[in-house]
Design a protein around this ligand. Sequence first.
Ligand code: BG6
Ligand code: MG
Length: 218
Amino acid sequence: MNKKGFIFDLDGVIVDTAKYHFLAWQQLAKSLDINFTEEENEQLKGVSRVRSLEKILAWGNKTISQDLFDKLMGDKNEEYLSYIAEMDESEILPDVPRVLKLLEALDQPISLGSASKNARTILERVNLKSSFNAIVDGNDVSKAKPDPEVFLIAADQINIKPEDCIVFEDSVAGVTAANTAHMISIGIGSKDVLGHANYVFNDFTEISDDFIKSLINN
Ligand code: BG6
Ligand code: MG
């Protein structure tokens, strides 16, 4: 059987952590008297931690010292981790385990390609770490999505050429990164937002076993 590389983003693809990022950013914004909305939180999907804080400060018209910036980044992450600590397998998004098990049964290499520096902690919480042949996250890259670096390293670590890789992504920047890497991009979310992906599904319940097999055989 052909071998393809299957690369999964984490936040918004495997688990819905956007709600925890929102709570933590909201608390930070409140401490700075900035009103931070769920619509703004949507725009932070796939965006690195540093860039997220820069955006929140810009929306709130605030300038702060580098020292305070660094402190707030640490505080936000501590708050975020307090929510992560409560996560378990029940938070894995529907049908993600089915697709992972199918890929494993078909002997297809699987990588994680996430912007998060907390990716390993989250995978441990939801008991999925052993499902991945390689894990590449925010600690391993110097350039954030939409730069393709994270996916190129993820492909390299499973010894699959970029053009033989398939990426599951929920963010605009992540789909762009996959396209730039010449990988097949599969958007998880709305067609209105992820129209630049090769395929778009609302979630994994819409992704059939036959579709996965067709990706492998093409
Ligand atoms: C991405 C999330 O996966 O990781 C972003 O979509 C987040 O919202 C980014 O800012 C960085 O995550 P972390 O866990 O390193 O703060
Ligand atoms: Mg994501």
